[in-house]
Design a protein around this ligand. Structure first.
Ligand code: XUL
Ligand code: MN
Length: 346
């Protein structure tokens, strides 16, 4: 038996927010972006997830050497704090050029913008020592299906991924599928879509997948099954653990906050699948409640991490021999009762 996995945790600076939502302004005092990094270690986190402009704000207006200088200063700050950059993701959903998508836009100049921006993002990732970039394909899709030729769009996406791989010989690309927002007809809604794109890439071993619990639930799927599918393909590089109450707006609730049993199932799958053994981070893409007072607000991060570790204990004390017996006897009623009692500690 190998030693139990020592998990490492990560989150992105956007997970400490001021509470603005589409229906109202911020409700907490702004906490300076640069001050957030000092919060990581005391909260038990070692990894930082970045968007490219979290590293270099307003990068579209800067020269290559200005981008490089700023990225280098962030790299020095990370080293000083003993932090690791887990990934740097291109923010392709803000600029005017990406209003109709990036890699799949109908406009050739806008597609070129998306690729140029992604290459800059990869340059930044290299400087801060991140081994990957994450593609959350926010606006790659449509509001009405007739707006784009979907087959051509998928081909463009595949070509864009190949161009990124050709641009840098070592960068990994992790696709983060999401089915519902900001486009309701999203091109890469599930793990299956992401894994297919990964296998079809020119250097398939460098294209992997990041599964977010809430995104799976919003696709009407079980997050642990989505993770298991990707693990079975050897492609689970990252997770964004959180929770989601049904098919409502994108909530990013605390891990286990809406469905503790589903959270346990995710931890079981990650433990059994050896996730984390090659240094993968457990990412927590959680948002605090808008009602929370204070600034900065970090309890949601601390609590989600704690809950994950508590569920790891539950996974390690789950009696797999008993589980196998129940399975062999096809007594799933008994298996369910055992599982719920185990979770409740009774
Ligand atoms: C969007 C989402 C993003 C990505 C990073 O729903 O989850 O935070 O994880 O761009
Ligand atoms: Mn996410």
């Amino acid at each position: 038996m190998s030693a139990p996995t020592q998990y490492r945790f990560s989150f992105g600076p956007w997970n400490i927010s001021e509470g603005a939502d589409p229906f109202g302004p911020q409700v907490r005092a702004t906490y300076p972006h640069e001050a957030k990094f000092a919060l990581y270690k005391p909260l038990g986190f070692d990894g930082v997830q970045f968007h490219d402009d979290d590293v270099v704000p307003d990068l579209d207006g800067l020269s290559a050497s200005q981008v490089e200088a700023k990225a280098k200063s962030v790299d020095a700050m990370l080293r000083n704090q003993g932090l690791v950059a887990e990934f740097v993701a291109p923010r392709l959903w803000f600029a005017e050029q990406t209003v109709d998508g990036g890699y799949t836009s109908n406009s050739a100049t806008d597609r070129q913008y998306a690729m140029d921006r992604t290459k800059r993002c990869i340059d930044i990732a290299r400087i801060v020592g991140a081994r990957s970039t994450v593609l959350w394909l926010a606006r790659e899709g449509t509001y009405i299906r007739e707006a784009k030729n979907a087959r051509v769009a998928y081909e463009r996406l595949q070509k864009a991924i190949d161009e990124m791989l050709a641009y840098d010989p070592t960068i990994e690309i992790w696709i983060e599928p999401k089915p519902n927002e900001p486009t309701d007809l999203a091109y890469v809604p599930t793990a299956g879509h992401a894994v297919a794109l990964a296998h079809a890439a020119r250097d398939a071993k460098r294209v992997k997948v990041l599964i977010e619990s809430a995104h799976a639930i919003l696709a009407g799927l079980d997050p642990s099954d989505e993770m298991a599918f990707v693990l079975a393909h050897g492609k689970l590089a990252g997770v964004h653990l959180n929770d989601q109450n049904g098919l409502k707006y994108d909530q990013d609730k605390n891990f286990g906050g809406a469905n503790l049993r589903a959270a346990f199932d995710q931890v079981l799958v990650l433990e059994e699948g050896g996730f984390g053994r090659n240094g993968e981070f457990v990412g927590l893409d959680v948002k605090t409640m808008r009602t929370q007072r204070g600034s900065p607000v970090t309890a949601h991060l601390k609590n989600s991490r704690e809950l994950f570790l508590a569920l790891v204990e539950k996974a390690r004390t789950y009696d797999l021999r008993r589980v196998e017996e129940f399975r062999a006897n096809r007594d799933y009623e008994a298996l369910e009762l055992y599982t719920l009692r185990h979770l409740m500690g009774i």
